[in-house]
Design a protein around this ligand. Structure first.
Ligand code: BES
Ligand code: MN
Ligand code: ZN
Length: 470
């Protein structure tokens, strides 16, 4: 904010006294309009006092900044005692800005209180209503946003639930609600997987008392016109103890979110079906629990995948790729997808590379990678391209079987991707998104409280809307 008068176009709805108070408060708060910064004050409004919150969107007024500004307002007001927030960004001269703000606020207000038997002191939500100020276009676009939010909420719920509650069979049950939206659900149980020869997925599951499941969710909004669907494949390890190659105790609790890829696929299906997207998508979740026990697989076991390729399992903690390779092979055999995108909390190494801001994107097709990266930028679920190559692939050669399930310590995320690529069939455009760093944040942001972020839903929704529906 360079001067008081910069605020004038935004304060059209206020009388002179109120406008003066808002400007003075902005000065007193040293409010300059930096993205996400707030200035709060109270003004007289007839019989009542009204709370006015100015929120900065930075100089560029980028879509993302507007969404985050809405989130910042929600974080400030959700438990303030206020019951209604009016979003008015009409002074910004950015298309659809008020609805974007409200969308950010909706994302930021998600919380999961299912396990609280008493309300957390001073943190009871009070806001129950959003009002969006704008023209018709805001109203037209709102339903789409609500469906994206519903998808994000489903993903966050699945990721937040503890692993004694969400395990393969209960994950499937939680997703049955998608049938209401026209999603066709098919479930392959353990017996079916044995029949199909999914030795890699089954090897991971064999240490757990929980049976594995392959959950298949199909949405066709084209009435059969698009024969080859887009396939989404999610890693759904409902708890990853590491198996016999057991993880250290410190931080092991994080491994309840090792189903974040499957959670994102389920959430994206909710969004796409909810808004009746004009596309054909198949979402497949490989659901298993990775546990150590007398029946668990051993480091050095050799398993035969559904593709027929054999794998020497040298580390039972590199289990995600074992689950994905059979799920990926199955969906290619059954649906001949043109494009296949897998999402997985696959490696700790990607967090070392990219931290929590970007997920890693590996692809055999530059066009597909570009489209995904663009959708990442637009949606806020950011991606960074990572390399693939023959010399990385060689690191997986095994002296005994067709491949090992782990390479050396270096380039751990890349060798994991190379492993997956060995299961991609000719002609299939494939991308692997390593989302280990982005599904769970230890700190709050403008769009989520600490915990599950819902990463992937906005990305996939954008990717489909931009490339398959026009
Ligand atoms: N689920 C983990 C990866 C992970 C780590 C996700 C931290 C989120 C946060 C995966 O199954 C795993 O254990 N990967 C190993 C691979 C290694 C054994 C080659 C890893 O990253 O250490
Ligand atoms: Mn693991
Ligand atoms: Zn894992």
């Amino acid at each position: 904010m360079r001067s008081d008068s910069d605020l004038d176009p935004l304060l059209g709805g206020f009388d002179e006294d109120a406008a003066r108070t808002v400007k003075r408060a902005a000065n007193a708060n040293d409010f300059e309009g930096r993205a996400g910064s707030l200035s709060e004050c109270f003004v007289d409004d007839g019989e009542q006092t009204r709370r006015v919150v100015l929120v900065g969107v930075g100089s560029g007024s980028a879509d993302q900044a507007i969404e985050k500004a809405g989130g910042a307002v929600a974080a400030k007001l959700m438990t303030s005692g206020e019951t209604r927030i009016v979003f008015d960004a009409t002074g910004l001269d950015v298309d659809d800005a008020s609805s974007r703000m409200a969308f950010g606020a909706l994302q930021r207000s998600w919380r999961y209180d299912a396990y609280r038997t008493k309300p957390k002191p001073r943190s009871t939500p009070t806001v129950t209503e959003f009002t969006i100020v704008g023209d018709e276009s805001e109203a037209d676009r709102w339903p789409h946003r609500e469906h994206v939010y519903a998808g994000i909420a489903l993903t966050r719920e699945l990721v937040t639930e503890p692993p004694n509650v969400i395990y393969p069979e209960s994950f499937v049950e939680r997703c049955r609600q998608l049938e209401e939206f026209g999603v066709e659900i098919e479930v392959l149980d353990k017996a079916k997987m044995i029949e199909l020869g999914m030795g890699a997925l089954l090897g991971v599951a064999q240490g757990s008392v929980k049976d594995p499941q392959l959950l298949v969710m199909r949405w066709d909004g084209t009435g059969g016109a698009q024969a080859r669907p887009v396939a989404l494949v999610g890693k759904g390890v409902t708890f990853d103890s590491g198996g016999i190659s057991i993880k250290p105790g410190a931080g092991m609790e994080d491994m309840k979110f090792d189903m974040g890829g499957a959670g994102a696929v389920a959430g994206a299906m909710r969004t796409l079906a909810g808004r009746k997207a004009k596309t054909h998508v198949v979402g497949v979740c490989g659901l298993v629990e990775n546990m150590p026990s007398g029946t668990a697989q051993r480091p050095s076991d050799v398993v035969t995948t559904m593709s027929g390729q054999t794998v020497e399992v040298l580390n039972t903690d590199a289990e995600g790729r074992l689950v994905l390779c059979d799920a990926m092979h199955w969906v290619q055999e059954k649906y001949a997808p043109e494009v296949m995108i897998d999402l997985a909390t696959l490696t700790g190494a990607i967090i070392i590379s990219l931290g929590h801001e970007h997920a890693g994107c590996f692809s055999n097709d530059d066009g597909l990678a570009e489209k995904l990266l663009a959708a990442g930028k637009e949606s806020g679920d950011k991606l960074w391209r990572m390399p693939l190559g023959k010399s990385y692939d060689k690191l997986l050669d095994s002296p005994l079987a067709d491949m090992k399930n782990v390479g050396p310590r270096e380039a751990g995320s890349i060798t994991a991707a190379q492993y997956l690529q060995r299961f991609v069939q000719d002609g299939v455009k494939w991308a692997h998104l390593d989302i280990a760093g982005t599904v769970w944040w230890k700190n709050a942001s403008n769009l989520w409280d600490k915990g599950a972020t819902g990463y992937g839903v906005r990305l996939l929704d954008r990717f489909i809307a931009d490339n398959y529906e026009s």
